[in-house]
Design a protein around this ligand. Structure first.
Ligand code: ADP
Ligand code: MG
Length: 353
């Protein structure tokens, strides 16, 4: 078996993620800027995360970034982790299931209200995406072990069927997994905190979930690069779009995967088959106000495919999408911004300068 994603140390994972961040925010040095940007990079949610604040004195910026690191660590390790025994989610999944459905248990258990609220939102996206987004795939996700070290191996058909039979919210043995929405939610909470502290220009980038606060210090929009899903380890940018105060989330089948016998198995599972989504799409980028919504939708659309995904996004207010097919065709919803042709892409590491 060839493990394409088999980083054995945090350092290797960091390097991997730096090279493969899905969405590359391009922070250009603006004329008339009063302060140098203040930036922090951490490793959280199993990926590289960075927050960059503009137009703020360094000392104040560092204080806010300390709190951002605390918040990210809290959400990652203490709330949404499926692997950390301290996490609310882990403890819920490993409590005695009893007889009732997962949803009944969730509502009766003494769980953290914030956790419960996000889980309810995840269920509401499940209903609105025809089940393409599912927060109860924990058994299948554990079985596929795509984020493991090493990942895989490919499970037997029987094992997939068994795990799939415990993937409904009605099943007492189902397990929660909020990996498809938690980063977007954490980004929203960081934005809420930073704007409350008076920040007016910032970029929050949680491994490809980019959430913008305001515009660049000179008032012009940020320029966000969308990765070419066909670029492999090169991470080249396929298009660059102008954006302010919005969320940009990309889900791609090339981000986390392993290969066995020449077949690639990626980390977004189709809840109707139990196997990695095979919708003909390589990536989906969602623009929205709220990053948790964008996160759930990018995962869902990758499962739904271009046609159903486009219909869903067109039905939602203030939400736009770009679908890139396996053949490299780009399909956009009506309001998706035009490519800023002529602006060259910056690399992820340069975007943190
Ligand atoms: P990433 O986490 O790489 O940014 P996504 O937001 O698309 O990508 O989330 C993928 C993660 O969501 C998986 O690693 C897994 O934890 C979970 N997941 C996989 N398939 C689904 C699905 N169909 N619905 C909801 N969550 C999913
Ligand atoms: Mg997602």
């Amino acid at each position: 078996m060839k493990n394409v994603y088999s980083a054995s140390t945090t350092v290797k994972k960091l390097a991997f993620c730096l090279l493969t961040a899905l969405t590359l925010p391009m922070i250009l040095t603006g004329c008339g800027r009063r302060e140098e940007p203040v930036s922090r990079t951490d490793f959280c949610f199993d990926t590289v995360v960075s927050v960059t604040l503009y137009d703020i004195p360094r000392k104040d910026g560092e204080r806010l970034l300390d709190r951002c690191t605390e918040l990210l660590t809290h959400y990652d390790r203490e709330v949404f982790s499926a692997h950390d025994e301290r996490a609310v989610l882990w403890r819920f999944n490993h409590a005695d299931p009893g007889e009732g459905s997962l949803t009944a248990r969730l509502r009766s258990a003494d769980v953290d209200p914030e956790f419960l609220a996000l889980t309810e939102r995840a269920f509401s996206w499940q209903a609105r995406t025809d089940g393409a987004f599912s927060p109860t795939l924990g058994c299948l996700i554990d079985l596929w072990n795509i984020g493991g070290d090493p990942p895989g191996p490919v499970p037997t058909r029987e094992a997939v069927a068994e795990a799939l039979s415990h993937s409904s919210p009605e099943d007492p043995d189902a397990r929660l997994d909020l990996g498809g929405i938690a980063k977007g939610y954490a980004a929203d909470r960081l934005k809420e905190y930073l704007t409350g502290e008076g920040v007016t220009s910032a970029v929050i980038n949680l491994g490809g979930n980019v959430l913008l606060i305001g515009a660049r210090p000179d008032g012009s929009p940020f320029r966000v690069g969308i990765r070419d899903p066909g670029s492999g380890g090169e991470s080249s940018v396929i298009l660059t779009i102008p954006l302010s105060d919005q969320s940009v989330v990309t889900s791609g089948i090339y981000e986390r995967y392993f290969e066995e016998d020449g077949v690639r198995y990626h980390h977004i599972l189709d809840p109707s088959t139990g196997y990695p989504a095979d919708s003909g799409l390589s990536s989906v980028t969602i623009l929205s106000a709220d990053s948790a919504d964008g996160d759930a939708l990018s995962t869902a659309c990758l499962v739904l495919g271009a046609e159903k995904g486009q219909a869903l996004i067109e039905s939602l207010p203030d939400t736009e999408a770009l679908f890139i097919t396996a053949e490299g065709e780009q399909i956009r919803t009506a309001g998706f911004p035009e490519d800023l042709a002529g602006y060259s892409a910056l690399t992820p590491s340069r975007s943190r300068d």
